[in-house]
Design a protein around this ligand. Structure first.
Ligand SMILES: Cc1ncc(COP(=O)(O)O)c(C=O)c1O
Length: 389
């Protein structure tokens, strides 16, 4: 028996398990039914988010964790201290407007704070920006393979996902432009692209933006921008008011566990993004950590770490290529090896040898970490067959 709510009567009743929790079928209108509950139509085909593999409990063997594009170092001491101090105030709600945090991001980016929205991760912002801009049936264009959450953001908001295949592992900007219809409300460009690591320069984006009608929003997802050169969507904002840049403290700032993302764009759109988001969605301990991370001294340390990853990326790419692997030139903190049908077996071999990588988009994506991580990966990869990938 389970204690469930009867949808017809609204009264709390005790029902047999089979009544509500077990039955799964489809009704005459093709709607998925769980017991008497109906899954919303708009969520048909909603993909689950598949995270990179983490070591399982009990896995004692040393793992190189190269599946989630995290940095290999723990947070800087000043950031940890700030979070510890913030625990003392955990009985209080945070400032709902996140004024101090938005001001700190404004100082960091050189953008006015009323053009900034913050949330618990840039993933949450992506969903809510789309939510602010689409109607049911609007189209959201993005590339494929790219960050899988774009599809979810569209479906969750009753919009239609329109995936445009990459060309040579990069966004096909021409085809994306060609995919625009009267129903298009949002185009998302992941720059650099996850999982392939390719990036468009500002010059290329400028040409693209010039052709996109001003009533279509272009979201530049710059989760990895700090690892790239000649890429900075903020420089394009003045000329293109329909541009929204989304960034995160998860990658270059090394704070994936804190869940802090920010978006910069039109102030009214950002105001609605904040209104749509769950109130108080960033906790006060994470706010304290983010404020510390944005202090000049901590930013300078993060920049040193970024430089070391960029250097390691070149070393890893060269080492892999010298062993015969096909590696896409990357502007991010990961590299992509297009492997086609060998993807699963190569990822499995790495895992069996203690190195977690991410099979995705017809290849494996490998996070660039420390020199030691590079060694682990090179030792874990299986011998290449004679078949070129
Ligand atoms: C392209 C891209 N955008 C956004 C995110 C989400 O980042 P966050 O941790 O801020 O939610 C990721 C995370 O992997 C990503 O790869």
């Amino acid at each position: 028996m389970c204690d469930c709510r009867n949808p017809t009567g609204g009264r709390k009743v005790v029902q047999p398990v089979a009544w509500l929790c077990i039955t799964r079928s489809t009704n005459a209108h093709g709607r998925r039914i769980v017991g008497s509950l109906r899954i919303a139509h708009r969520l048909e085909g909603l993909p689950p988010y598949v995270p990179g593999r983490r070591p399982q409990g009990g896995e004692t063997r040393r793992q190189a964790r190269l599946a989630s594009n995290e940095v290999p170092w723990p947070p800087q001491a000043a950031i940890v201290d700030a979070m510890k101090a913030a625990l003392e105030d955990a009985h209080r709600y945070p400032d709902m407007q996140y004024t101090e945090l938005r001001d700190a991001i404004a100082a960091h980016t050189g953008q006015p704070s009323d053009r900034i929205a913050v949330a618990n991760g840039s993933t949450a912002l992506l969903r809510d920006i789309v939510g602010v801009l689409v109607e049911a049936g609007s189209e959201v264009i993005f590339a494929q393979p790219s960050f899988p959450y774009y599809r979810t953001a569209a479906i969750a908001n009753s919009a239609v996902p329109v995936a445009v295949p990459l060309v040579s592992h990069a966004h096909d900007l021409e085809a994306m432009h060609g995919a625009i219809t009267p129903r298009t409300r949002v185009i998302i460009i992941c720059n650099p692209n996850n999982p392939t690591g390719t990036a468009h320069t500002n010059a290329e984006l400028k040409k693209f933006l010039a052709r996109v009608p001003g009533d279509i929003a272009v979201i530049l997802d710059e989760a990895y921008v700090e690892f790239a050169t000649d890429v900075d969507g903020l420089e394009l904002m003045e000329e293109h008011p329909n541009l929204i840049v989304v960034r995160t403290l998860s990658k270059a700032h090394g704070l994936a566990g804190l869940r802090i993302g920010y978006a910069i764009g039109d102030s009214e759109v950002m105001s609605y993004v904040s209104r749509l988001g769950v109130p108080f969605r960033i906790d006060s301990v994470a706010v304290a950590g983010a404020l510390a991370a944005l202090q000049p001294e901590q930013v300078a340390e993060s920049e040193l770490r970024i430089a070391s990853i960029v250097k390691e990326r070149a070393a890893l790419t060269a080492a892999l290529r010298s062993r015969g692997w096909n590696v896409v030139e990357s502007a991010a903190n990961f590299v992509f090896l297009p492997l086609g049908e060998s993807t699963t077996s190569v990822a499995g071999a790495c895992e069996a040898n203690g190195v977690l990588v991410r099979p995705i988009g017809g290849g494996i994506r490998v996070t660039v970490g420390s020199a030691e991580d590079t060694d682990h990966l090179l030792n874990a990869l299986p011998a290449l067959s004679n078949e070129p990938c």
